[in-house]
Design a protein around this ligand. Structure first.
Ligand SMILES: C[S@@+](CC[C@H](N)C(=O)[O-])C[C@H]1O[C@@H](n2cnc3c(N)ncnc32)[C@H](O)[C@@H]1O
Length: 311
């Protein structure tokens, strides 16, 4: 099954980038291309957009957008955004006017059973944004030590029964390795109890945790934020949409730190860090309106933070 992706905070995110004809932008999470299409449409195609995504299927969509009347300035880059500093150096990307990160996964990925992100469909236990590289969810589920599994499920999924889930996974894999999403979902459901009275499927938190671990999402985010500040032009905007409290905490703390001159501990009488602010935070965090949340359930956990490069 395949369906489209509804971009979250579409107009708000593109407004935050302050589109300028002739500007240079990086969409670090091209996905279905919704935000980039809106940006290019507003600028009548008069802009350069480096469209990064780890997923080869997203690159096919970028190629299609490139062949439309507004797409001439689009440059698809198949890579993990954690490589942003290297990508910028390799491609000779000039200082950019805006960088957008719309984190997590797209509905294209979620709705394709063979990508293994969803417990609603039976598919291989994969969950890699780039199915051509790295360990799959099956590798982790079948080989990680029980303690590590419990820790992943607790830290990234905030699953209260993380130890119990890890225990039943390890017990079961002794008999037969996990290969499919439906198999894993059924075992988790047995471990933590059925759906009755719960607002979400019992496997939701564990699946989210595994996806974050498989793609090493939090460490990729830390790397890209640091690289992003380095390649923004003064006045350029960094716009980040997060869907998970840990992601948002990283973005929030990064923007706070980078917006502060001295970061010495309070008991140090004279500054020794010589840190100077590279960013200025813009406005308050933005959340989807009630109407967007009603229209697009996936937007409910979204939070967008904006910062601007200072000279
Ligand atoms: C929420 S979707 C983006 C949707 C897009 N903004 C739109 O409007 O269609 C997130 C995309 O980011 C990609 N992605 C997530 N983490 C990534 C990473 N570390 N490096 C590169 N791409 C990543 C995923 O493959 C997915 O296609």
């Amino acid at each position: 099954m395949q369906s489209g992706h509804i971009s979250v905070l579409l107009h708000e995110a593109v407004d935050a980038l302050q589109p300028r004809a002739g500007g240079v932008y990086i969409d670090g999470t091209f996905g279905g291309g919704g935000h980039t299409t809106e940006l290019l449409t507003r600028l009548d195609g008069v802009a350069t957009v480096y469209a990064i995504d780890a997923d080869p299927a997203a690159m096919e969509r970028a190629d299609r957008l490139r062949s439309t009347p507004i797409g001439a300035g689009l440059i698809p880059v198949h890579s993990n955004f954690r490589e942003l500093a290297r990508i910028a150096a390799d491609l000779g990307i000039p200082p950019v006017d805006g960088i957008l990160l719309d984190l997590g996964l797209s509905s294209y990925q979620l709705d394709q059973a063979e990508r293994g992100f969803a417990f609603r469909f039976d598919g291989p236990l994969d969950m890699r944004f780039n199915p051509e590289a790295g360990e799959s969810a099956a590798d982790i589920v079948n080989h990680a030590p029980q303690e590590e599994l419990a820790s992943i499920i607790w830290r990234y999924g905030e699953e209260k029964q993380s130890r119990q889930v890890a225990r039943v996974i390890v017990e079961r894999r002794k008999q037969a390795p996990f290969t499919s999403t439906a198999d894993l979902a059924a075992v988790i459901e047995k471990a933590v109890g059925g759906r009755r009275g719960k607002s979400i499927h019992p496997a939701t938190r564990t699946f989210q945790a595994l996806r974050i671990a498989v793609n090493d999402e939090l460490s990729a985010l830390e790397s890209v934020l640091d690289a992003a500040v380095g390649i923004l032009t003064p006045g350029g905007r960094l716009v980040v949409i997060s869907f998970h409290s840990r992601e948002d905490r990283i973005v929030k703390q990064f923007m706070a730190l980078e917006s502060t001159d001295c970061i010495c501990p309070p008991d140090v009488p004279v500054c020794v860090c010589h840190h100077s602010a590279r960013l200025r935070r813009i406005g308050k965090p933005v959340r989807p309106t009630d109407s967007e949340q009603t229209h697009n359930a996936r937007s409910r956990s979204a939070i967008m933070r904006i910062a601007e490069r200072v000279g």
